[in-house]
Design a protein around this ligand. Structure first.
Ligand SMILES: [Ca+2]
Ligand SMILES: [Ca+2]
Length: 169
C-alpha cells in the first residue's frame, strides 16, 4: 500500500463510534489487534496501529491477496437486527468485471449465515470517502455472533478496502 493512500485513509477515518457490543469493533483497543483474528496471504500487517491516529483494518492492497479478519462475540448483550460498519475503497479497477471483491459474512443461531458482497472498483473518481455498510442479521441476547470479513484481489491493479467501526444495531 502506498504511504500516501494509507495516511489519507487514516486521516479521513470517521470519529470514534459509541459503545458497541462488538469488542474492539473500532480497532482502538490495545493497538487494534485484540479480539480479531487476522490472515493475509502476502503476510502484510492488516490492522493499522499508528500512534495518535485512528486505527482501522486494511484489506487487500496487493495483487493475488486474500485478507481476512474475524471475530466471535461469544454472548450478545442485547438483541440485534443488523451488523453495521464503515468502509473506504481505494481502487483503479473498472466497476462491473468484479476483479477485486470483498465480503462481510456473519452468523447467528437465529439467522444462520448471512453475507453481503462489495466490489472493489472505481466508478470514475477518487474514492477516499467512507461509506456506511449494513448486513441485516438478527440475533438475540446471549446468542453467539460470528463475523468474518474477507477480500480477494486479482493479478493486477491492487485495490484496498479499509474497514472501521463494526457495531450492532
Ligand atoms: Ca478506528
Ligand atoms: Ca485488481
Amino acid at each position: 500500500m502506498h504511504l500516501k493512500t494509507l495516511l489519507a485513509a487514516l486521516l479521513l477515518t470517521p470519529a470514534v463510534a459509541s459503545a458497541s457490543q462488538i469488542p474492539n469493533g473500532d480497532f482502538e483497543l490495545n493497538n487494534g489487534t485484540s479480539y480479531w483474528s487476522v490472515t493475509s496471504t502476502t503476510g502484510h500487517s492488516v490492522i493499522s496501529n499508528m500512534p495518535g491516529l485512528n486505527n482501522a483494518a486494511y484489506l487487500g492492497g496487493f495483487d493475488n491477496e486474500v485478507t481476512s479478519i474475524s471475530q466471535t462475540v461469544t454472548e450478545l448483550d442485547y438483541d440485534m437486527t443488523d451488523l453495521i460498519w464503515e468502509h473506504n475503497i481505494t481502487s483503479n479497477e473498472p466497476c462491473g468485471p468484479e476483479y477485486d471483491m470483498a465480503w462481510v459474512v456473519a452468523h447467528t443461531p437465529s439467522s444462520g449465515w448471512q453475507y453481503t458482497e462489495i466490489e472493489l472498483c472505481n466508478p470514475g473518481g477518487i474514492q477516499l470517502f467512507w461509506t456506511a455498510g449494513v448486513l441485516p442479521i438478527s440475533g438475540n441476547a446471549h446468542e453467539t455472533l460470528t463475523i468474518l470479513v474477507v477480500s480477494q484481489t486479482d493479478v493486477s491493479v491492487p485495490s484496498t478496502i479499509v474497514f472501521d467501526n463494526f457495531e450492532t444495531q
